[in-house]
Design a protein around this ligand. Structure first.
Ligand code: ATP
Length: 331
């Protein structure tokens, strides 16, 4: 029996999180869920954004499936998503972007994986108000964090038989900070002679991805660029409802979709739970249930191939609930 923490989240979070839970439960793996929420909906009721109970649960289970959390807008509230990644030093953010449907898509056969540095950069949130008219934001880049994300990307490429790692940066302007990241990448690449390596400036990368995404395989980049490129890549394969993600540290991991809480469609049954279901598959893989994770991926692929039951973001007339049922039928 493995116990896992489930954070339903805000907005469409509970809809997609319980969809993913239902798919995992249908496999009868003996996974026990500790369901504890955090975020805006909890704050509105209790005045606390993250209850201590949640920290205790994460620290005891060490594996988490998490819906998107909304952080109330206002001074003093740091993003809970970012805070959890930093608190538990979940330095590797892995976001596989794989073509799954012909609907809404711009290209066929995209199969790339984004490795996003998850612990520093501008996401450290170091901002100084110099005056009412001037604010400085500090971009923090360290050798330790850069080395571990770049190594993780190369190790993944090696293990998964991937051919190329592309490092994305802006070292032509940010010569010292991005220059450090790039220099570390160039040095690490030498230790992986069987994997080809290239570096691409982030603005050019956006253009290249939109023109010809199939040239990319594994992408490794800094925190903010990784965030932006993830949404761009989601757009290439059909939308935000399709891209899963994993935040992995040395012994704690949080699995979550790339998308946010999408308050515009919350509570209407319109949310596409695919990203969350595939995040749950990544979680099962992490837990050693590789066969079962593949079952989920195959079931999702079958549903997409049939085109039946898809959610409205993909032009279908299904709901979060009916889509989930069809996936479970195809397990
Ligand atoms: P947050 O501030 O929590 O990041 P957001 O609304 O700014 O939320 P997202 O939640 O990432 O950003 O979503 C952007 C848009 O993409 C949403 O308004 C919604 O229309 C669409 N979207 C996101 N996720 C899904 C999903 N799972 N299914 C369908 N549409 C989605």
């Amino acid at each position: 029996m493995k116990s896992v923490t489930l954070i339903p989240g805000d907005g469409i979070g509970p809809e997609v999180a319980f969809s993913a839970k239902a798919v995992v439960d249908a496999l009868n793996l003996g996974i026990e869920w500790e369901i504890i929420n955090a975020g805006k909906s909890v704050f509105d009721v209790s005045g606390v954004l993250v209850p201590d109970e949640l920290y205790n649960s994460i620290e005891s289970n060490r594996v988490v499936l998490k819906g998107p959390i909304t952080t109330p807008i206002g001074k003093g509230f740091k993003s809970i998503n970012v805070m959890l990644r930093q608190k538990y030093d979940l330095f590797t953010n892995i976001r596989p972007v794989k073509s799954i449907t012909v609907r809404n898509r711009r290209f066929n056969d995209i199969d790339l994986v984004i490795f996003r540095e998850n612990s520093e950069g501008l996401y450290k949130g170091v901002e100084n108000e110099i005056s009412d008219d001037e604010v400085h934001a500090l971009k923090i880049v360290t050798r330790t964090a850069s080395e571990r994300i770049i190594r993780a990307a190369f190790d993944y490429a090696l293990k998964q038989g991937r051919a190329k790692v592309t490092l994305v940066h802006k070292a032509n302007i940010l010569k010292k900070s991005d220059g450090l990241f790039l220099g570390i990448g160039e040095a690490i690449a030498k230790a992986y002679p069987t994997i080809s390596f290239e570096s691409v400036i982030v603005d050019n990368m956006c253009m290249q991805l939109v023109m010809n995404p199939n040239q990319f395989d594994v992408i490794v980049t800094m925190n903010l660029y990784g965030d932006i490129l993830s949404d761009l890549c989601a757009g290439l394969i059909g939308g935000l409802g399709l891209v899963p993600g994993a935040n992995i540290g040395s012994d704690i991991a949080i699995f979550e979709a790339v998308h946010g809480s999408a308050p515009d469609i919350a509570g209407k049954g319109l949310a596409n739970p695919t990203a969350m279901i595939l995040s749950a598959a990544m979680m099962l893989e992490y837990l050693g249930f590789t066969h079962e994770a593949n079952k989920i991926k195959r079931a999702v692929a079958t549903v997409f191939a049939s085109g039946i039951g898809l959610t409205p973001d993909l032009g279908g007339d299904g709901t979060t609930e009916t889509f989930t049922k069809v996936v479970i039928q195809n397990l």
